[in-house]
Design a protein around this ligand. Structure first.
Ligand code: DAH
Length: 347
């Protein structure tokens, strides 16, 4: 019996080393330790061994079993490693220079965002960021949005299921509904709750809506939010700032126009159109570019600012729309396809 055991242990390493696939491995494992395996047969024979030899043989078999199991484990690990290596393909040396000469270019959306931040910094604004996973409170409630406002509708907003857990939301408030922010206006509330006026901030970032994607819509796009809070702020200040921004970005011939509109967080509220006839692809007289208005007293109250002391303006606009104007791009989907032929044009 001991000879059989030794023979078995002697042939196992070579046989296991020759295995190439999981199927081969499973078959070999069955041959050794399966219900009808060679090793299993040996174990069964232990009962036939004379009583006084049993402890010695039992020990030998146990040791052999340990060795065999270790070899099986190592074999399976080797096969799994080979599978992963095959999936990964030939090794890549990330320190080699790129086959495309040069350092590459920034994405056009990044370029427009950075240019806008540069323009706004010159006017004394700081750049702040807010989370993309938001709560109804920051996205709607504190912005004075009525409980039945259509923007809250699950058809427009991506809500998370009750049970969702998030890495970046440290304290989940019970009963609070979580969502992907539908606009960067939520950052207005976060900023005001953090400090005291005067405030001059802009906040670029991703926003999400349940839009079907076509040439001008995407379920995920980018906005740029602005908030200015001080004493005696007027609509003239707002208009002057927007005129400055768009003339800086698009050139001298650019003008803006306000049309009355409704936003729950501003009163009065406007939609902003701009005219930039000098741009090659702009063939309309006025193009809608964003929303704005004077911060509603209800919003100041929500963040604990006295609306009799403080006044301010806010604005928000889509970065894709701006980039499309700047570069004459006519389909929003180009931004997200990562087609190098497209991206290379913005060097
Ligand atoms: N949040 C609005 C939107 O997503 C844009 C907007 C309108 C932002 C007016 C503002 C504002 O700050 O005052 O359509």
């Amino acid at each position: 019996m001991q000879d059989t055991l030794n023979a078995l242990l002697a042939k196992a390493p070579a046989e296991l080393a020759a295995l190439k696939s999981r199927a081969e491995f499973e078959a070999a494992k069955a041959r050794y330790v399966g219900p009808n395996g060679e090793f299993t047969a040996l174990m069964k024979q232990l009962g036939t061994v004379p009583k006084e030899q049993r402890p010695v043989m039992g020990k030998l078999i146990n040791e052999a079993k340990g060795q065999l199991q270790a070899q099986l484990d190592a074999t399976l690990q080797r096969i799994a490693d080979a599978e992963i290596a095959a999936q990964l393909g030939p090794a890549v040396d990330p320190t080699l220079p790129s086959p495309d000469a040069g350092p590459g270019t920034y994405h056009p959306l990044t370029q427009v965002r950075e240019e806008m931040c540069r323009i706004m910094r010159k006017a004394g604004f700081t750049v702040v960021e807010g989370p993309e996973v938001e709560t109804e409170y920051y996205c709607f409630d504190a912005l004075n949005t009525a409980p039945d406002h259509p923007a809250r509708d699950a058809q427009d907003t991506f809500y998370f299921p009750e049970a969702a857990r998030f890495g970046n939301v440290s304290k989940k408030v019970e009963g609070e509904k979580y969502l992907l922010r539908t606009h960067t206006s939520s950052v207005q509330i976060r900023t005001m709750l953090k400090g005291q006026p005067p405030i001059r901030v802009i906040s670029p970032g991703r926003v999400y809506r349940r839009d079907t994607t076509d040439a001008t819509h995407s379920a995920n796009f980018h906005q740029l939010e602005g908030l200015y809070v001080d004493k005696n702020v007027t609509v003239r200040d707002l208009k002057a700032m927007l005129d400055y921004i768009f003339a800086s970005l698009l050139g001298k011939g650019t003008t803006t126009r306000f049309r009355p509109h409704y936003f729950s967080y501003t009163e009065p509220s406007f939609e902003v159109d701009l005219s930039a006839k000098h741009l090659p692809k702009v063939n309309k007289e006025w193009i809608e570019i964003g929303g704005c208005g004077m911060v509603d007293p209800a919003v100041f109250e929500a963040v604990g600012y006295d609306p009799n002391v403080w006044s301010g303006y806010a604005f928000g606009m889509g970065l894709e729309r701006l980039a499309m104007l700047v570069y004459g791009i006519d389909d929003i989907r180009y931004f997200y396809q990562n087609d190098v032929r497209f991206l290379k044009q913005f060097a």
